[in-house]
Write a protein that binds this ligand. Structure first.
Ligand SMILES: C[S@@+](CC[C@H](N)C(=O)[O-])C[C@H]1O[C@@H](n2cnc3c(N)ncnc32)[C@H](O)[C@@H]1O
Length: 544
């Protein structure tokens, strides 16, 4: 059913109308309304996806522009055009009028264009197909913000942050308006997949169980002539094949064209990119983990950290203020040192890669809370009184304490040879626990397996390098404001270099560099030179 009778349509099946618009209106004008156009070859892929739905054929374009998507459908299905009912929303009246003039040139087209704001109108109507390149506009350009956020909360039940970009609101509303068995195609910046504000949006998309393909288009491809964003095409279907989503990277126009047949064979073949079970998608993570090359792939001879060590979370007391003692507090309550364990409670108390006896002494002298209560013998009167004080304060009724017998018992978590910070904006920090202190949950405990204990410095020398950081990045989780977190099992599963691949000479050299690295840190000197040398050495040994 290719375009046989359309030869008189003078370029409306090309990008000529968009090119003319770009010439006529200034960049500033277009930017204010988010007017960046979709190339025809991209529109073709998206429109084919959308019209292959199983239900009816009402097709909505919520941000019509000059109607490239409807023109693409008319171009490819000229004779069947009266099967479709096209509805377009366009906020710019000039644009809406031009689009109408263009589209009405198509014989038998069933078209309705609304010169209205899509986000506020049309909430109760449902569509079989929705296809869109929404405007990319920061929320602050859109007033009043609260009314919008409240509207989305009331209609869809989703709480959005003020950082949300308008294009994500388009996605949410369209998904809300998509009929069962309907299909949707959106081309958007890939930013929300990886930004903190995208979490709730990804959750909503995930829970709709309708995401089928995420096609990430490489930045260099420059799909949009004058907007410098990385784009991705989201293809959704409200059908029953709701188990898996496929993430595909595209690096050339040709690849995208080739992809069309593959996409249209859905749901038959699902294996070109990375296929993920929808219920395993994690909205708290940056979704680039599903489509970007892992850092670990750049290195050889990698094994999971669990081969050499076991990572566990630190001691959770449920009431740190009660259980931790400074020297003055110890004296105040007369608690004997035999009931106190040296313990690190805050990441800020160990800021280097080494925690020595001197560091511990310094904290103690500064009257920091560095002792953890280990109430093992209540026949001691002072200790008993302190425990009774805790009961009067209701410490025994807290969530964690109420689950223990007795409530003040400590978790069995002996001092670990290596500690690692849990939250970190700049990356993981491993700390050699030379002082042999216990630790609370601000750190995870790293317990080396017995056979690696003689090689503890070798392991530690690797863990301080940028190579280690880079590979660990593959397993991190992101929380608000760029905060990164590793749960113990993220680290147990994370890859590290296989220490068995290091020969005796190399090992000696590493230990020499690490010893100098340690010395410079302990002496408060610049350690960069030694760390660089370690980086270099591990890179040489393990880079593919
Ligand atoms: C990124 S352009 C896409 C145009 C066209 N669909 C394409 O793909 O080439 C977005 C269009 O949405 C329009 N627009 C911006 N805000 C809108 C809104 N709230 N409701 C409807 N249209 C809007 C802009 O004027 C612009 O024409």
């Amino acid at each position: 059913m290719k375009n046989s009778g359309n030869s008189g349509l003078n370029g409306i099946f090309t990008e000529a109308p968009e090119k003319e618009h770009i010439k006529k209106y200034s960049y500033e004008y277009r930017k204010k309304l988010g007017q960046f156009f979709t190339p025809m070859f991209v529109a073709d892929l998206m429109s084919e996806w959308v019209i292959n739905n199983e239900s009816g054929l009402t097709i909505l374009d919520p941000a019509l522009g000059l109607g490239i998507f409807f023109r693409s459908i008319a171009k490819n299905h000229f004779e069947a055009i009266n099967n479709f009912k096209f509805i377009g929303y366009e906020i710019d009246s000039n644009m809406a009028n031009t689009a109408k003039d263009l589209l009405l040139k198509i014989p038998n087209i069933n078209l309705q264009i609304f010169n209205e704001d899509y986000l506020t109108e049309d909430w109760e109507v449902r569509y079989d197909g929705i296809i869109c390149n929404p405007p990319y506009l920061k929320f602050h350009d859109y007033e009043p913000k609260d009314i919008f956020l409240n509207m989305f909360q009331a209609k869809i039940g989703i709480e959005l942050s003020g950082f949300t970009n308008i294009y994500t609101l388009f996605i949410l509303k369209s998904l809300w308006q998509l009929r069962d068995n309907g299909r949707m195609a959106y081309i958007v910046p890939s930013e929300f997949l990886n930004a903190n504000y995208g979490k709730n949006i990804k959750k909503y998309i995930k829970e709709s169980a309708s995401l089928r393909f995420v096609i990430v288009i490489d930045f260099n491809l420059g799909v949009f002539e004058d907007a410098t964003t990385t784009s991705c095409i989201l293809l959704l279907a409200k059908d029953r094949n709701d188990e898996k989503v496929e993430f595909i990277n595209i690096n050339s126009v040709r690849e995208l064209e080739l992809l069309k047949n593959y996409i249209l064979s859905y749901p038959l073949t699902r294996k070109k990119g990375k296929v993920i079970k929808i219920n395993e998608l994690d909205e708290a993570q940056k979704w680039r983990i599903y489509y970007q090359e892992l850092n670990g792939n750049k290195f050889k001879h990698l094994v999971p950290l669990r081969k050499y060590a076991k990572v566990m979370r630190g001691i959770a007391t449920g009431a740190n203020d009660f259980f931790m003692f400074s020297e003055s507090k110890r004296q105040k309550y007369g608690i004997k040192t035999e009931f106190l364990l040296p313990c690190l409670s805050k990441a800020s108390y160990a800021t280097k890669h080494f925690f020595t006896n001197e560091d511990f002494e310094r904290l103690k002298q500064a009257d920091k809370p560095v002792y953890l209560l280990n109430a093992t013998d209540l026949s001691d009167e002072d200790l008993r009184k302190y425990i009774e004080l805790g009961e009067r304060q209701g410490i025994n009724k807290r969530y964690l304490t109420s689950k223990k017998t007795p409530w003040y018992a400590l978790e069995n978590r002996p001092p670990a040879s290596i500690l690692v910070t849990v939250f970190n904006r700049t990356g993981l920090r491993f700390i050699l626990n030379e002082a042999g202190v216990y630790n609370l949950t601000a750190f995870h405990c790293v317990y080396p397996k017995p056979d690696i204990i003689p090689k503890l410095n070798l392991l530690m020398a690797y863990l301080v390098t940028d190579v280690a950081q880079e590979i660990f990045e593959d397993n991190r989780r992101e929380y608000g404001k760029g905060l990164k977190k590793f749960e113990p099992n993220d680290l147990n599963d994370a890859l590290i270099v296989d220490l068995e691949k290091i020969n005796k000479d190399e090992e000696e050299h590493i230990i020499y560099l690490f010893t100098e690295f340690r010395r410079s840190i302990i002496e408060n000197k610049d350690s960069t030179k030694w760390k660089n040398a370690l980086n270099e050495l591990f890179l040489n040994l393990f880079k593919r």
